[in-house]
Design a protein around this ligand. Structure first.
Ligand SMILES: [Zn+2]
Ligand SMILES: [Zn+2]
Length: 251
């Protein structure tokens, strides 16, 4: 299994794309698709037209907006450039079907793609894509919004991605004994937010869950001014990686 960070920042950040991760197992899976992550996906050399599954944690724009550009490009490729591509399955939290129904009905041409598109809502039940197991888990982010973290298991290795989350028991369970956990480190411990983890809490989750390697990501611009590795390290004595765009980690 290989993880490549496509974006380690937020909506507007001078040096980082917003949320997006490429996970390669026997499948090529995208976790979230925020602004500027599509151009980083192209830089990885992965054939974007072979991607079959995109998993969304929630639909704040910093996790989603490049999907529109991606899908429009897929339509041009298959309609006018003689290209073919496999069916695309979009997976996300409660509200996914309603959200995409409205979006596709509004954006010109989106309902007439010449390839199959499937939408699937998931919550707290494992499923498989080929030989890859995906375990979604509801996490607490903002009020009245169903947000998911994902755990991906393949070849005896496990990876967890928090999506956007506050500290919650569910997140600790999601990360339990994973080889690697990518956590929402939006803010430094000294500037906490009510709806995101801060660096110290990332360390706390990693320790309580017994993760092998903690990857800090989803940085707001202000957070880059602080030593988040040190802050997370106060609670967690395992390996801590400060995420950056196009960083690739083999598990
Ligand atoms: Zn969010
Ligand atoms: Zn976010």
């Amino acid at each position: 299994m290989r993880l490549t960070i496509l974006g380690s920042g937020t909506n507007i950040h001078p040096a980082r794309a917003a949320s997006g991760y490429l996970v390669r197992t026997d499948q090529t899976i995208l976790l979230d698709f925020g602004p500027r992550t599509l151009s980083n996906l192209l830089k990885t050399g992965v054939n974007r037209h072979r991607i079959t599954h995109i998993l969304f944690s929630h639909y704040h724009a910093d996790h989603f907006s490049d999907f529109i550009t991606y899908f429009f490009d897929a339509m041009i490729f298959t309609k006018y450039q003689g290209g073919t591509r496999p069916p695309l399955t979009v997976i996300g939290p409660r509200g996914t079907k309603k959200f995409f129904r409205a979006l596709f009905a509004t954006l010109p041409g989106f309902t007439h793609a010449p390839f199959a598109v499937h939408f699937k809502e998931v919550a707290d039940r494992a499923f498989t894509i080929g030989k890859t197991t995906v375990i979604p888990r509801t996490v607490t982010h903002t009020e009245n919004l169903h947000c998911l973290g994902y755990r991906i298991e393949y070849g005896g290795k496990a990876l967890a991605y928090s999506g956007d989350s506050q500290y919650c028991d569910s997140l600790v369970r999601l990360c339990g004994d994973t080889d690697l956990a990518v956590l929402d480190c939006s803010f430094p411990a000294s500037r906490p937010s009510p709806v995101h983890l801060h660096a110290g809490q990332c360390g706390q989750v990693a320790r309580e869950a017994g993760v092998g390697q903690l990857v800090l990501s989803h940085f707001y611009p202000i957070t880059d001014r602080y030593n988040v590795r040190e802050q997370a390290g106060e609670a967690f004595d395992g390996t801590i990686v400060v995420g950056r765009d196009l960083m690739s980690i083999k598990l």
